[in-house]
Design a protein around this ligand. Structure first.
Ligand code: 5GP
Length: 191
């Protein structure tokens, strides 16, 4: 295994788009598909965007110690299944995790994952609100909840190796590419 990447950000900072772009550009990096009890959004597919499960199922998986990490976010559970990540590693893929700061803290305990932890921030709160409204996936109440959550999420930048501002998607992506390329080179020089 080379290294694995964690991308975290307050909701609406553009992380999901960037995660997808990374896995398209680097065929050796696969996205970890989380389990969640959140209801699917209209454009989301079970088994592709998330494994959508009931509260009951999720709690059973916690009891069985099936998760590397799990957290409750906006009243829903989210978690990273050990089985699916281990399977990707057995197939020699590196993995990118689109998870929050609580999950990152838990995942950091697994030193063997060689995590590169990247935190993405929107340029400012006004722009974040605009993006949350424009993506048209959530009702007003949810948008307000996510904005409030931002204040708390942002405090956790300190737990990450890199902080990247997503002012413009392409330049944010190119900064992340540089981070990945830098780590690749570092790995090569050890061989
Ligand atoms: P959304 O509901 O917008 O898809 O995701 C809400 C938040 O949950 C995002 O910050 C996302 O990164 C986080 N998230 C998604 N999957 C996981 C996971 O498996 N574990 C943790 N801890 N957070 C996750």
């Amino acid at each position: 295994m080379g290294f694995n990447i964690v991308l975290s950000s307050p909701s609406g900072a553009g992380k999901t788009t960037i995660t997808k772009k990374i896995s398209q550009k680097y065929p050796n990096i696969k996205i970890s598909i989380s389990h969640t009890t959140r209801k699917p959004r209209p454009n989301e597919i079970d088994g592709v965007d998330y494994h959508f499960v009931s509260n009951n199922e999720f709690e059973k998986l916690i009891k069985k110690n099936n998760f590397y990490e799990h957290a409750k976010i906006f009243d829903n559970y989210y978690g990273t299944s050990k089985n699916s990540v281990n399977k990707l590693h057995e197939e020699n893929y590196d993995v990118i995790f689109d998870i929050d700061w609580q999950g990152t803290k838990q995942l950091s305990k697994y030193k063997e994952l060689n995590l590169i932890k990247i935190f993405i921030l929107p340029p400012n709160k006004k722009e974040l609100k605009k993006r949350l409204i424009n993506r048209n996936q959530d009702n007003n109440q949810t948008v307000e909840k996510r904005l409030k959550q931002f204040e708390n999420d942002v405090l956790h930048w300190f737990d990450y190796d890199y902080v990247v501002i997503n002012n413009d998607l392409e330049s944010c992506f190119s900064q992340i590419e540089k981070i990945i390329e830098g780590h690749k080179k570092e790995k090569m020089s050890f061989i």
